[in-house]
Design a protein. Structure first.
Length: 1083
């Protein structure tokens, strides 16, 4: 019966594929044009039958598909193709030229005997000049039998399986093999990625990774004279029952000459980042180099995408692009679940989206997938970096699609009762019979064009935009015409072969290598191509993407350049060989020559760093555990993590500025006195008494005109509306002791973000601007900010002539029009910045360019265009966020009592393809407004609804509406005192919210320190942590502060200030929920 079923399924699929093939012959030409089975002779189909004992119900990776490998198995100069079938016979196709292939599987004896096959790699394992084939398999699960198989090339068109002879007959849940020379002994070792399956043992603490689990854990096998032995434990390779390994990327990530490993793990387990210790061992260093990773990490690839000489990493996940699918399927956990997951179990910050990790000089990685808009490609498997149009930039192909979506929210609810009242056997049968309730996961493969700045989606232009089920994928020049073709292994469909139709206007060079020892193909070699003042670096590793393996060539597009200056080869033994002015448009074979000089890998730190770390102040800001999302479930980010506060002034008159740091609720503020050579903590009992307050900002000034400096502290937290915990405070200085004033300032129970002191009315005393963000527990409501007028005796009253209702985040008094009178600059959220020109005490609001509403976080002044006048700097949310991912029109915030329960809610909507959709899921909306569950009984009925359709009770049209027209940080250009042009900063400034600007004089030049990041967002966003700090001379002249001695890693920077010591200057960096950082520098 099983055999009959297989025949029927195969017949149906062949008919379906035949019809598709006939349709494809008439498709329009794309850059990558899919050829039909009739054209190529490739009729391979990965058919995977299902029954009650064999399905995704029994095996979570049943729909993951198989790999594809390329290599010249008969040494005729043409690359051949090997396709993996999960349950059937694997197939080998010999390339006959002109994109024609012949199936030689039967005579080659490579079908394989394992029950379930996964990944494949072609490699010359015995160094005889012939490519062998290594196929990974799953065994020991269900009734799957067999082991990983090694097919040795006999040189006569046949192969013999000899995995056991080489020690490569691994038995377990194997995914893919990665051959490389980790110990630099000129032979090929192998890292085998394996995967867990869900059991009661696999869901536990992160420490599970340290206890090796047979069948499941990854293994590192060392090649000892042709015999492979397991050295996993000795090499510090994790092998726990919680390791759901789906891919790896091997590369020399820190450019020290030794190859490292990045491993992608599905589900809750962290990815692994193994740095090579040069002694046969590795150190797992993910937490030291990455701030956020993919949650369900699948395929991966590594390449230098920005030409800086360091290889970057792409990991894939399953964030849908379709609004309907996004709202129908399960994504990231709720915020409080995520916090429990991370803090209690020991796992890292993970979010369900693709991640593009840009390598910063081998020190750390900056996640930029949202900026590049490559984060949401749906159920994605294989990312491949390659230059498909030969313009000298890395493009990106992503294979997509799953037969059925097991994460559908309605399906999850539907099957939740599967085992209620049923035996395990009956429950599994019931689940299997329910499989058809899963929604289809067919989606288009996607392709992105790379350039020097970012990626652009070319799906539908470079490749046909039709739904697919593509898993393994490779790029390869199959017809030797100088451009890269594409091959995919499809699930239940004929394999795809895409011919690259690039015209001949752009040039290339393709490199082959002949090396010494037992690594003749020079796996791990690097090539750097120099032309026209630019360079491209690539490193030869065959296993890439997902389950698949490339040939042994490196392809370089050089655009319209007609010459190549030189090519540098860094061989696996670290010797360098240079080819001067090679011919273009050729397949160039480079043979290793004896007597090359050694390449200099200088990874030592610069001992002449501009900034030197100091430890004058012992302070750590510790945020409380309040979670804004518990009560306001629909808000996009917290407003209770605004601190710490920082103020500086010379309080004791010794010529050195002292430092006040305001703390989170429950911890007292602290005052550090500066002697010029160090700091001491000043005992101030009033701060202990007032520790219930949440301090967000502060300023020293002489409130009562008695010649000493008093202190105003801005407070407020979303947690409480208790007036005693919300009020701002004025502390009067009484001979060095601060006494809290009881009635000299107006009551302010709003959440205050900024206080700024200046005698704006020029009457001889100091006044205050007090900027407020929100009313506690009412996020969407704009609130009033105040100008507090000083009567000269330290009594303050609200200036009724100044009116501002908005959401203020920061402010500053600066002279922007050159009249020697400070003007008031204000940054706001869901509003435009406010620039008030001070005309002898009258504050006149300046007209700004149109469409300036944003989520502004900071404001300052600096001559950033280097033309001699002060421009106005504005820190916005940045362009590396999910807000930017769907920004086809202004972001909108609605504020109203939508469910008519007497309490107003805040709703965010984004514009996708000209329509506005709710930011929140059905479950999130229903948790805040139960009426949603009455309107939409399931997720399918809600999915794809616009905001106008989704909110049917309490009309959206009656709500208060606020917009953000831009998310880019930038500056208002000063043009003779007018600010009519907003100029966006370069991309390095856009990677996270900018929260602070601070001017610093370094090397006798006025420069700018920039900091930011935000961890206050909900799990829909993830954490925005890619802005690592910049030192800026002007808009086109800047560098990461990590190059200068400042460690900006994993910080949510709130304040940066500078002050003087006796023999040095200090930079103070204060971050939320982190220790203070101090750095000394010289002018």
């Amino acid at each position: 019966m099983k055999k009959i079923t297989l025949i029927l399924v195969a017949a149906f699929m062949l008919l379906t594929c035949s019809n598709d093939a006939e349709q494809n012959t008439n498709t329009p030409a794309y850059l990558l044009n899919q050829l039909s089975e009739k054209d190529t002779g490739i009729n391979f189909t990965n058919l995977v039958p299902e029954d009650a004992q064999h399905s995704i119900i029994n095996y979570i990776y049943y729909y993951n598909g198989g790999g594809v490998a390329a290599g010249d198995i008969n040494n005729d100069g043409l690359s051949d193709l090997y396709f993996v079938s999960n349950t059937g016979d694997n197939k080998l196709y010999v390339n006959k030229g002109d994109l024609k292939f012949e199936d030689v599987s039967k005579e080659a004896n490579i079908a394989g005997k394992a029950s379930w096959n996964t990944g494949v790699a072609m490699v010359d394992i015995n160094n005889d000049g012939l490519l062998d084939i290594y196929v990974c398999a799953v065994s020991g699960l269900l009734d799957f039998e067999g082991h990983n198989e090694l097919f040795i090339n006999n040189g006569d068109g046949t192969f013999t399986e000899k995995a056991k002879d080489y020690g490569l007959d691994f038995k377990g849940y194997s995914t893919q093999a990665y051959f490389f020379d980790y110990d630099k002994d000129d032979d090929l070792d192998v890292y085998i990625v394996n995967h867990a399956v869900h059991t009661t043992l696999s869901h536990g603490r992160a420490e599970l990774r340290h206890k090796r689990a047979e069948l499941v854990g990854d293994v590192l096998l060392n090649n000892d004279n042709g015999k492979f032995t397991d050295v996993s434990e000795a090499a510090n390779i994790f092998g726990g029952v919680n390791g759901y390994g789906l891919s790896a990327s091997v590369a020399d990530f820190n450019n020290d000459g030794w190859d490292d490993i990045y491993v992608c793990n599905d589900f809750h387990e962290d990815d692994y980042y193994y740095l090579n210790n040069h002694d046969g061992t590795f150190t797992e260093s993910l937490a030291d180099a990455f701030t956020t990773i993919s949650r369900f990490s699948m395929g991966s690839d590594a390449a230098d995408i920005n030409g800086d000489g360091y290889q970057d990493i792409m990991t894939l996940d399953m964030l849908p692009k379709s609004e309907r699918i996004l709202k129908e399927t399960e994504g990231d956990d709720a915020m409080f679940n995520m916090q429990v997951h991370l803090k209690k179990l020991g796992y890292k910050d993970q979010y369900s989206r693709n991640m593009l990790q840009v390598n910063n000089s081998g020190n750390y990685f900056q996640e930029t997938a949202l900026y590049n808009k490559v984060a949401d490609t749906d159920w994605s498997w294989a990312p491949l970096f390659a230059d498909f149009n030969n313009d000298g930039h890395q493009d990106l192909f992503i294979s997509n699609g799953i037969l059925r979506r097991p994460n559908g929210l309605d399906f999850k609810k539907y099957v939740s009762s599967a085992f209620k009242g049923r035996s395990e056997k009956d429950g599994l049968e019931w689940l299997f019979n329910s499989i058809n309730e899963m929604t289809s996961g067919k989606v288009a493969n996607e392709i992105f064009e790379g350039n020097s700045k970012k990626f652009n989606n070319k799906t539908g232009e470079w490749i046909e935009n039709i739904p697919n089920l593509s898993n393994g994928a490779i790029y390869i020049d199959l017809d030797l015409d100088g451009d890269l073709d594409l091959v995919t292994n499809n699930f239940g469909e004929t394999a795809g072969l895409y011919e690259n139709t690039t015209d001949g206007s752009k040039n290339y060079v393709t490199l082959n290598f002949e090396y010494k020892g037992a690594n003749k193909d020079a796996i791990g070699a690097k090539a750097i191509v120099y032309n026209n003042g630019k360079h491209q670096l690539k490193q030869l590793f065959k296993s890439r993407g997902f389950l698949s393996s490339l040939d042994n060539k490196l392809h370089f597009g050089i655009d319209e350049a007609t010459t190549i200056d030189s090519i540098q080869i860094i061989w696996p033994n670290d010797e360098i060989q240079t080819i001067i002015n090679p011919k273009i448009n050729q397949n160039l074979t480079i043979s290793y020559l004896e007597g090359n000089r050694a390449y200099n890998y200088d990874t030592s730190l610069d001992t002449t760093s501009t900034f030197k770390k100091e430890s004058f102040i012992n302070y750590t800001h510790k945020e409380d555990n309040y979670n804004d999302f518990v009560e306001e479930k629909l808000i996009p980010y917290k407003v209770s993590t605004l601190g710490p506060a920082l103020a500086k002034a010379d309080i004791d008159g010794n010529g050195f500025e002292d430092v006040f740091i305001g703390n989170a609720s429950g911890k007292p503020a602290q005052l550090f006195m500066n002697s010029g050579s160090g700091f001491s903590l000043s005992k101030q009992s009033v701060f202990e008494n007032d520790k219930a307050f949440e301090d967000n900002d502060a300023t020293f000034f002489d409130a009562d005109n008695d010649g000493d400096l008093d202190l105003y502290v801005a407070s407020g937290i979303n947690e409480s509306k208790i007036e005693s915990n919300q009020n701002n405070r004025l502390y009067i200085n009484e001979k060095g002791q601060f006494i809290r004033s009881q009635n000299q300032i107006p009551t302010n129970t709003l959440v205050t973000t900024t206080v700024n002191a200046y005698d704006y009315d020029n009457d001889g005393d100091t006044d205050l601007f007090v900027g407020n963000l929100v009313d506690a527990k009412d996020f969407g409501k704009p609130v009033k900010s105040s100008m507090l007028v000083n009567d000269g005796k330290g009594n303050f009253s609200i200036d009724s002539n100044f009116e501002l209702t908005s959401k203020v985040t920061s402010a500053k008094w600066e002279d922007v029009n050159g009249d020697n009178i400070n003007d008031l600059l204000i940054s706001t959220e869901w509003d435009a910045p406010k620039i008030y020109i001070n005309k002898k005490g009258n504050l006149e609001l300046m007209d700004l360019p149109d469409n300036m509403n944003g989520l502004w976080q900071s404001v300052s002044t600096f001559d950033i265009d280097n033309d001699g006048d002060q421009d106005i700097l504005l820190g916005n949310w940045g362009l590396n966020s999910k807000f930017n991912l769907n920004f086809d029109g202004p972001l909108v915030m609605y504020h109203s009592d939508f469910d008519e329960n007497g309490k107003k809610e805040t709703l965010i909507a984004y514009n996708k393809d000209g329509k506005y959709y709710p930011l929140n899921s059905k479950d999130e909306l229903a948790a805040q407004m139960n009426v949603i569950n009455k309107i939409y009984v399931d997720h399918k009925s809600f999915a794809g609804k616009t905001i106008e359709e989704a909110i049917t009770k309490g009309s959206i049209n009656k709500a208060e509406k606020f917009e953000a027209h831009t998310l880019a940080s930038g500056y208002l250009r000063n043009n003779n005192g007018e600010f009519k042009d907003f100029v966006e900063f370069a991309h390095a400034f856009q990677l996270a919210p900018i929260t602070t600007f601070s001017e610093v004089k370094v090397n006798n030049e006025n420069q700018l320190l920039i900091g930011g990041n935000s961890y206050k967002v909900n799990t829909y966003h993830g954490s925005y942590s890619a802005l690592k700090g910049l030192l800026v001379k002007d808009e086109s002249n800047y560098q990461p502060v990590s190059n200068l001695g400042i460690d900006p890693f994993n910080q949510q920077i709130k304040q940066i200030e500078t002050l003087k010591m006796k023999d040095k200057n200090l930079v103070i960096i204060l971050s939320n929920n982190n220790e203070i950082k101090l750095y000394s520098y010289q002018n």
